[in-house]
Structures are given as C-alpha cells and as structure tokens.
Design a binder for this molecule. Structure first.
Ligand code: PBG
Length: 336
C-alpha cells in the first residue's frame, strides 16, 4: 500500500519512454547546435608564414595575416559564419595614448582587409578596446592616479571603430566597457556613411579571472598595471546590472549584445534573452577553453562529447551564437 503513495503519475507517465530510442530523442530535442552558431576568435601576428603557440591555450596558434587568409577559406568550407580578430601588438607600438589602435595600416586593419579580400563571405568582427595598444595593458587611457578615464577613452575608441569600418569590418565589437561608447561609435558610423556596419556590444562583460590565458595570448598580461579591470568591467556578483547595461547599449545603437564569460554566466544569458529578446551572444572565454583542455589532455573528460555538450548548454540558455576557441573543431564534429 504505502509504496504506491509516492509514485505520482507513474506508470501512466514514464519520461524514459521518449528517451528509449534515438528517433524519439531526436524528435523531442528542444535545442540544437549548428555551425551557424559559431564564431572563431583568432589572434593575429606580424610577419609572413608565421605561427606561434599560446602556452596556456593548447592547439591555439597566433597566425600571421597571410595564414589568416588561408584559414578563412577552411572556415567558410566548414560553414562558420564569422571570426573575431585580436591583434598581438609589438611592444614598440604600445603607448600611453594607444594611438596605434586607429592606425589605418595597423595589424588589425590590415588583417581585416586581407580577410575580406580572401573570403568576402566570411563575417569579420573586430575588437574595439585599447588593451593591446596601451603600455599598461588596460582597455582605456589612464590618468595620473591610475584611473581609466571614460570620455577621453571613448574618443579613441570611436577612431578605432571607424578605422575598422573603413578597412571593411562587418561588425565592430566594443569590449572595453566604457560608458556611452556604443552611442558615440554608432553616431560616428552613421556620420561617415557606414550605416550597415554592425555593432556587437560586449554589454555584460564581467571583471573575470577567466581571461588570464587570453592576456597571455595577446601579450597584455605581463604589463597589466593595477592588475584589475574592476573599475569598468562588471562585478561577477551582479545580474540585474547586466540587464541595465544591455538595455542601454541597445538604446545607444547596438545590434547584438554579448555576455562574457560564458559557462559561469549562463544565468545572465537566460535573463538577458528572456527580458530583452534581441540577438544575444556569449563568449566561452580563454579560461574556459584552457580548463576544458587541461581535463581533456589528462584523459579526465571526453573531448568531443564535452565540447559539444558545453556549446549546446549556451543554446539552451538562450544564446543565438557563441564565440569559442573550439569553433573549428565543433564545426568538424557537427559535420561528421
Ligand atoms: C580585451 C578583451 C579581453 C577578452 C576579449 N577582449 C580580455 C580582457 O578584458 O582582459 C577576453 C577573451 C578571452 O578570455 O577569451 N578587451
């Protein structure tokens, strides 16, 4: 008698019935990952035929511009819609005013031109932020007290974004977290006739310790003065604030918004998607990549299965697309 009491709807309802066969699992699957969801971040270096390994990011290579163009063709064949470019700037070109950021012939600008030339259909997203170009490795200009000043930084960001648009970037992606930069960039793009240049705003970007390997990859870690970016990036403890940030950036003219990092912040992705209902992206950042690779390389996790599971989780959380260093491999896995 008593063991019937706790059975609820069973055996009338057996959730395992739909899980018993592959066809029915496929029919009721709520979310799916496709190559259309993937954006590959790429690190660009000077030179020709040059590749460099990134110690803290196994299998990730910095590529010279000519190799980037080759890579673009492979990515197109795999059905990957877009790449996000990050230049690795020679220390000689770093300065306090970050003027190399808007050099029309800078590494990022040349990389954009070369990519659009080699593979015009591949979407090119550029990073708008000053950290590769400042001597102190912060994303903006620093005053004498070490504070990152907002409005003067925004002026430089506007020039940087414009130089990317002129070079042919399809999407500019401000990752600096200054206030008002989206509005200022949008206004400048309109004024200069770049009406179809998209803005993907790193709107809810947290002051995260998961960016460590990226800072190694672009060479901004060693010189990061002050260590922290907490005076402009968001406090990991907040999520109401993420909605505020995203809503403002949309109002200022962003076409797409991003939450970053990814997996530890999937609750934020879900809230943003539910409340704002706009194209929402998430970044599976360098630390997440490194963490996964460490477990794969030790044989502790199954590489293929975990890559696909981790990316599917972003889709389930409501992301329209994912920036991930696994993009190429995931696209290959999805093809097989
Ligand atoms: C810099 C920038 C960072 C990332 C993307 N753009 C690092 C930072 O803010 O310090 C991180 C990406 C990653 O960790 O994969 N504006």
């Amino acid at each position: 008698m008593s063991n019937n009491l706790h059975r609820g709807a069973y055996p009338h309802t057996r959730l395992r019935r739909l899980r018993a066969r592959d066809f029915s699992r496929r029919l009721v699957r709520e979310h799916s990952l496709s190559c259309d969801d993937l954006i590959l971040p790429l690190f660009v270096i000077e030179g020709r035929g040059e590749t460099q390994k990134v110690t803290s990011m196994p299998d990730v290579e910095r590529l010279s511009v000519d190799l980037l163009a080759k890579k673009a063709k492979t990515l197109l064949q795999l059905g990957i819609p877009a790449v996000a470019l990050f230049p690795v700037v020679d220390p000689a070109h770093k300065s306090d005013d970050a003027r190399a950021a808007y050099d029309p012939d800078g590494l990022a600008q040349r990389a954009v031109r070369e990519l659009k030339n080699a593979a015009p259909e591949l979407g090119v997203i550029t990073d708008v932020a000053l950290d590769p170009f400042t001597s102190h490795g912060q994303d903006g200009l620093m005053d004498n007290s070490g504070y990152i000043v907002n409005d003067d930084t925004v002026e430089v960001l506007v020039q940087q974004a414009l130089s990317h648009a002129v070079a042919g970037a399809d999407v500019v992606a401000p990752s600096d977290m200054m206030d008002g930069r989206i509005g200022a960039i949008r206004e400048a793009l309109e004024r200069e006739g770049h009406v179809n240049t998209l803005i993907m705003s790193y709107a809810a970007k947290y002051a995260s310790a998961y960016y460590g390997p990226f800072r190694d990859a672009v060479g901004s870690a060693g010189n990061l003065k002050g260590g922290s970016k907490a005076s402009y990036q968001m406090d990991p403890a907040n999520s109401d604030e993420a909605l505020h940030e995203c809503a403002l950036d949309l109002q200022e003219g962003a076409d797409m918004i991003m939450v970053k990092p990814g997996m530890p912040y999937l609750d934020v992705v879900r809230r943003v998607k539910d409340e704002l209902k706009v194209p929402t992206f998430a970044y599976q950042v360098s630390g997440e990549y490194a963490m996964h690779c460490a477990a794969f390389d030790n044989g502790w996790l199954n590489r293929e299965l975990v890559i696909l599971e981790s990316l599917t989780a972003f889709k389930r959380a409501g992301a329209d697309g994912i920036l991930t260093y696994f993009a190429e491999e995931a696209a290959q896995l999805l093809q097989d």
